[in-house]
Design a protein around this ligand. Structure first.
Ligand code: KIV
Ligand code: ZN
Length: 388
């Protein structure tokens, strides 16, 4: 199995979600849980952005021992100095430098020609090299950059001493085929590419961040960047839990795996949701409340006979206790009878069960979900009103 490094940016790109603002203590709490999850690299923030962020990165760097800690920096000396200060106490520090390379960003944002972009990035990497042995360089908006220029930029970064070149699909514009092709082209055309790791950083504007990250892996990416619950700027980033579970569930296809402790996924997802205040949608893959819940009678019957009929992964893998059979109007008698036994009503005869099931169906027509309490109340009423 090929190892895929996980670079978690929940504390940096994730914090760029509108409305999210994590204080230092919250950042440290999340970082320690990310370390427990087994994330290889944690981007703790953007030290030059504010004194508060510098402090947070510094405290995360001090607290975390088993994951590399990364600080983001524009390609300028003051930012590099701020990151250097913030990462002083890290066991395994890494600097993440970026500079936009696409024609749109060159023309409107940077007002730079290609040559200036190359020179500015190279100068920043060489300056940072004095302080950092690990440097990741990101050509921002790489996905909308001319492919031959992206090869040139990558070659420059390799020569200047970057250890990782990260390819961001900054605005989530790519399709999986196109994004995979960028990695294939870089692997085949950039001299010295074998000296560095290639990384994929995707955004979810068209709902393709996970698919694009997986396409990058298929085409030679050794690192994926993302966030827990897929939070991040605009529509968010690649969901780390989705990529990790896709690799786990389809190892036959990807022949690659992360080193994550998968049974920490659910706990990490809950913590991130609690501290960021970003609610996880019920139907979110892997960590949504409905991801391991079954409501229709046909599915519940299948699940009670053999779980693999309707589950491609087990809830225990991500640290959940069990799947849920939700009782609603589509549920069948098989699941209902199991629920009665669960609730302690294990001595009802067939007629009593039939009668209770009829009542339950009537109730379920009026109520979206029927709770354990509803069933108990229904049963007690029925037993009280049933003559001996
Ligand atoms: O999306 C992006 O381009 C980024 C860079 C800073 C890597 O987040
Ligand atoms: Zn991003």
């Amino acid at each position: 199995m090929r190892k895929i490094y996980v670079f978690d940016t929940t504390l940096r790109d994730g914090e760029q979600s509108p409305g999210v603002n994590l204080n230092t203590q919250e950042k440290v709490e999340i970082a320690l849980q990310l370390e427990r999850l087994g994330v290889d690299r944690i981007e703790a923030g953007f030290p030059a952005a504010s004194p508060g962020d510098l402090k947070s990165v510094s405290e995360v760097a001090e607290a975390v021992k088993n994951s590399s800690i990364i600080g983001l920096s524009r390609s300028r000396e003051q930012d590099i100095e701020a990151a250097r200060e913030a990462l002083k106490k890290a066991e395994d520090p890494c600097l993440h430098l970026f500079l936009a390379t696409s024609p749109i960003h060159r023309q409107y944002k940077l007002r730079m020609e290609k040559q200036q972009v190359l020179e500015t990035a190279e100068a920043a990497i060489r300056y940072a090299k004095k302080y950092f042995s690990k440097i990741e360089f990101s050509p921002e908006d790489a996905a909308r950059t001319e492919l031959d220029f992206l090869c040139e930029v990558t070659e420059m970064a390799v020569r200047a001493g970057a250890t990782v070149v990260n390819i961001p699909d900054t605005v989530g514009f790519m399709t999986p085929d196109e994004f995979g092709n960028i990695f294939k082209t870089l692997r085949e055309n950039v001299p010295g590419i074998e000296k560095i790791q290639l990384s994929a950083h995707c955004h979810d504007d068209l709902g393709m961040a996970t698919a694009n990250a997986l396409a990058a892996i298929r085409n030679g990416a050794e690192q994926i960047e993302g966030t827990l619950n897929g939070i991040g700027e605009r529509a968010g980033n690649t969901s780390i839990e989705e990529v990790a579970m896709a690799l786990e569930t389809r190892k036959d296809y990807y022949q690659a795996a992360t080193s994550l402790k998968l049974n920490e996924i659910y706990r990490t997802s809950r913590l991130v949701s609690k501290l960021t205040g970003m609610v996880v949608p019920g139907n979110k893959a892997i960590v949504g409340a409905n991801a391991f819940a079954h409501e229709s009678g046909i599915h519940q019957d299948g699940m009670l006979k053999e779980k693999t009929t309707y589950e491609i992964m087990s809830p225990e893998t991500i640290g959940l206790k069990e799947s849920k059979l939700v009782l609603g109007k589509l549920s069948g008698k098989h699941a209902f009878s199991e629920k009665l036994v669960d609730l302690g009503y294990d001595d009802l005869n067939e007629d009593q069960i039939k009668e209770a099931f009829k009542k339950f169906k009537n109730l379920a027509d009026k109520k979206k979900n029927v709770s354990d309490e509803d069933i108990r109340a229904m049963l007690e009423e029925k037993l009280v009103n049933t003559p001996e």
